[in-house]
Write a protein that binds this ligand. Structure first.
Ligand SMILES: *Cc1c(COP(=O)(O)O)cnc(C)c1O
Length: 352
């Protein structure tokens, strides 16, 4: 480790994203939960229209066009919406804004692994609350334990969703704590708790355009919550980088949020592919959790998950395997196009 690193840098265990193929490699990529379909044509059009000489100018520091579109879609006031460079940035800012050493951060033991990375980065104490044996979130434990709360709903990589009534129980048990609900996958069948934002000052809901809006490459995420919480996020942002969203990202986000019709058909398609792939996998001897996301979390009765992953990779198909306690015999498989999933299923069958 370099002598130039400070203590914080030395102690970090950085997040490792799923494999991104190198230039020239052609894989069927069902390992990072990207959308297999293109963004709305209106999004491409909006970006093209903005590729002009105005790029010499800084973008709007408050990204208000994008925030306005999000606020309108969910019936929120503009001041209750924050936008950032991907929801990862929004989450990092939230940890910086609301969490401190004197209070634990409660997260499920199996969840988006960036949460523990942010705890390390911000030097926070994190308490991982074990999922129940069926991999559902232990709501009673979250009600009982003291601390700020971060929950992905639906959860990743388990794909399972919590009911809003359970989230309300957690909110009511934590009136003096901030409760962050990460809804990266909510559009694929979860129930959003954005409707609770006006009722609970301590609720921050985080969403992204990377999954259901097919814009992982543009890096746009949102948070919504009370004006108080959004003010806190703005204090952090404006102490870090005035312009976190570039000009193209802002117009792309606005167009994406205004084209519900296009995205509804994309989401319907992914959900219908998900359900048919799920059925086939079960017939092939897989246990498949009840997904409310754009991926399936699966485990075979006899075959080893890491072996399946390596075999698929050798045949040009990437899926995600986590070498994590309790889930090391599971694979997370993103829902691709029907063609991609047929290829995946036929390889699995060949493995017999
Ligand atoms: C993909 C994902 C994110 C990050 O999304 P970006 O907006 O692309 O940064 C956040 N949370 C969860 C649970 C995710 O799966």
């Amino acid at each position: 480790m370099s002598k130039y690193f400070n203590k914080r840098t030395k102690n970090l265990i950085p997040y490792v994203p799923g494999e991104q193929p190198k230039e020239g490699e052609t894989f069927i990529k069902i390992n990072t939960n990207e959308c297999p379909y293109p963004p709305s044509p209106r999004v491409i059009d909006a970006i093209c229209q903005s590729v002009n000489e105005s790029l010499r100018l800084y973008p709007a520091p408050d990204a208000s066009l994008a925030r306005r579109a999000f606020a309108d879609k969910y019936n929120l006031s503009l001041e209750c919406v924050f936008a950032g460079n991907g929801s990862d940035e929004v989450l990092a800012f939230s940890f910086l804004a609301f969490f401190a050493k004197d209070k634990k951060v409660l997260i499920p033991d199996i969840t988006y692994s960036f949460y523990t990375v942010y705890c390390d980065l911000c030097e926070l104490e994190c308490k991982q609350i074990p999922l129940k044996d069926d991999f559902t979130i232990d709501v009673d434990a979250f009600v009982r334990e003291k601390g700020n709360v971060v929950i992905a709903n639906p959860n990743a990589p388990t794909s399972l969703a919590l009911d809003i009534s359970d989230i309300e129980r957690i909110l009511n048990a934590h009136p003096d704590d901030v409760v962050i609900i990460d809804e990266a996958y909510v559009d694929f069948g979860g129930e959003s708790c954005i409707g609770l934002v006006n009722k609970y000052d301590n609720l921050l809901v985080v969403q992204t355009l990377s999954k259901s809006r097919a814009l992982a490459g543009m890096r746009v995420g949102f948070a919504c919550g009370s004006k108080e919480l959004v003010d806190g996020l703005n204090r952090i942002k404006d102490s870090f980088n005035s312009y976190t969203l570039d000009r193209l990202a802002i117009v792309a986000a606005e167009a994406a949020l205004k084209d519900d019709e296009y995205y509804k058909s994309v989401i319907d398609k992914i959900v219908s592919t998900r359900e048919s792939v799920k059925k086939e996998l079960m017939e092939l001897g897989f246990k498949v959790l009840d997904s409310r996301t754009n991926f399936l979390f699966i485990s075979h009765k006899t075959k080893n998950a890491e072996d399946i992953m390596s075999y698929l990779r050798s045949k040009g198909v990437l899926v995600r395997h986590f070498k994590t306690n309790r889930i090391d015999n599971y694979l997370r498989v993103t829902i691709g196009t029907d063609e991609e999933m047929d290829k995946f299923l036929s390889l699995i069958k060949d493995m017999e």
